[in-house]
Every structure is written in C-alpha cells, then in structure tokens.
Design a protein around this ligand. Structure first.
Ligand SMILES: N[C@@H](CCC[C@H](N)C(=O)O)C(=O)O
Length: 284
C-alpha cells in the first residue's frame, strides 16, 4: 500500500495536511483528499497543501515563468480546488522555510491559482500580499440557521469568493448554527465562503479597526479561521464605514487574531503559522 509522509500545520486553528511533491507526481483525487482530511478516519484537516515545483505542473506554468519556484496546490477538505487560501500561504511559507526548501529573507514568492503571492516576515509571524480586491456592486441575500430573517451580504473577491454579512450583536453571532450551510440568493456560480461579522464598539481604537467573525468555508464547513475571509470581512466593514475608515484592522476569529492592512490598492494579511507534527499515512 502506498504511504504518504505528511506534516500537520495550522494558522489560527485553520489546519492543513501538508506534503512535499516537488516533481508533481502525486495529483490526489478528490476522494483521496477527502479521506486524508476526514477527522475520524484520516489525519483530519480543513484542507490540504501540496508543495510542488511550479515548473512541474500545468497550473504552475505562469508562476514558474515569473520565477516563483514553489506552487501552493490548495484543496478544500471535500477535495475541491480553491484559488487561494490566506492561512494556507503562511503555513506553506513556514513549511518551505523550516525545511530549508526556500528562504523568505528577501520576500518569498509562491504560485497559487490566484496568481503569484509574496510573503514576508511580520510582527505577527508572516504577512502575505493578497493583491488587488473587488467589492461586488450587487447585494446577496444570506439565510443562515439562527437568523430569523435573510440578511444582505456584500460579495468580496480577494482571489477567492466571499460574501460578508454584518450582524447586530455578539449574541446574534454566537447564536448562529453553522453546522448548516448558509443559503445565498442569488447563488454564486462557483459558490462562496460566508463570513458573519460583528464590528467592535467603538469600531476604531488608536487608528485600528476591530471586528469579530465566524466563517462557513466553501468546501469545508465552519472553520476556526479563514485568512481570505478575514481580509474580505475587514474590506467589507471598511467599505460600509466610508472614507473615514482605517486601513489597518485586527480581526478576531474563534482560532485567534489576524491583521489586515490596505495599502496601494492591495490587501495584506498577517498572522502566525505553526507546524505541529509529522507522520505517515496510507493513501486510499
Ligand atoms: N481557509 C482559507 C480559504 C480556503 C479556501 C476556501 N474554502 C474556498 O473554497 O475559497 C483561508 O485561510 O483563506
């Protein structure tokens, strides 16, 4: 039986099975990814990060041409592919630097399905430049178990799709039952991650905006944290707050706090990344 040596890592509790496949020989099926991520029958994780040379896979061609040696092949727990994973980029950087596969001192450029992203060290651990973002003009209605009526959400694209909904209180946020998938109307063609946010009161302290969120991730379910979701949430609240809104945000997730800043039209996400154990698992 074929076995897979892996490392388990997480960023604010958003956890990943990480494995090295430098030459692109192990393109796992959706079922194999789902089996590895299963918390009862597998290693257990919200997603999987394959560490593969950009030049070794078709999806990495552009990244390789621009000199990004490594490609983050991210998969959700159900096996589906996503364009981007914010917490995943930091865990990916932690893996590359701890194993000596890459250095971050001059900035680490990695390939992703949402383009090449640059990571640097920051006070919180690592910071990733997620690039440009888009705020969708049309409202999406969001229904979730625990909310008596549908609420308006704003679509935010930070490389992958999000819908952010503002709630009125911590009680409302805590009362959500995210074991059930929120229903979006109109339904985005490729689905979306959904963030429920409560802005702090006051919203801004010492020039830093503060919000708390819970998230239901596409292809996963409720997670303790979602990096791109945190960036989308800060961007949505900044959008609602208008021109006086700050460019620097601290976002509390159930798994910990992440930093977001907006500069030169780009959104940056910062936070910790840890590798917790290694092992070997039989491949289904
Ligand atoms: N947890 C991630 C996001 C992972 C992808 C997401 N589930 C999707 O399908 O877009 C993050 O930290 O950003």
């Amino acid at each position: 039986m074929e076995t897979l040596p892996f490392t388990k890592g997480h960023g604010t509790g958003n956890d990943f099975v990480v494995f090295a496949d430098p030459d692109g020989e192990l393109d796992l099926s959706d079922a194999q990814v789902a089996a590895l991520c299963d918390r009862h029958f597998g290693v257990g994780a919200d997603g999987l990060l394959r560490v593969v040379r950009s030049a070794a896979i078709d999806e990495g061609r552009e990244a390789a041409a621009s000199g990004a040696e490594w490609f983050m092949d991210y998969r959700n727990a159900d096996g589906s592919k996503a364009e981007m994973c914010g917490n995943g980029t930091r865990v990916f950087a932690r893996y590359l630097t701890d194993t000596g596969l890459a250095s971050i001192e001059a900035g680490l450029r990695i390939g992703t399905r949402a383009g090449v992203k640059t990571l640097t060290r920051s006070d919180r651990g690592f910071e990733v430049d997620l690039g440009v973002f888009a705020v969708e003009p049309d409202e999406t209605l969001v229904r979730a178990k625990g909310l008596p009526v549908a609420r308006p959400g704003v679509g935010i694209d930070v490389g992958n799709p999000h819908v952010v909904v503002a709630l009125s209180s911590e009680t409302e946020l805590d009362g959500l039952d995210l074991a059930y998938q929120p229903v979006l109307e109109p339904a985005p063609r490729h689905g979306a991650n959904v963030e429920f946010v409560v802005p702090a009161d006051p919203l801004v302290r010492d020039g830093v905006g503060a919000i708390r969120l819970r998230v239901f991730e596409r292809g996963v379910g409720e997670t303790l944290s979602c990096g791109t979701g945190v960036a989308a949430a800060a961007l949505a609240v900044r959008h609602w707050a208008g021109p006086a809104a700050p460019d620097v945000w601290g976002v509390d997730t159930p798994g910990g706090t992440l930093g977001v800043r907006v500069a030169d039209g780009h959104v940056f996400l910062s936070g910790p990344a840890s590798l917790v154990f290694t092992g070997e698992v039989a491949l289904a």
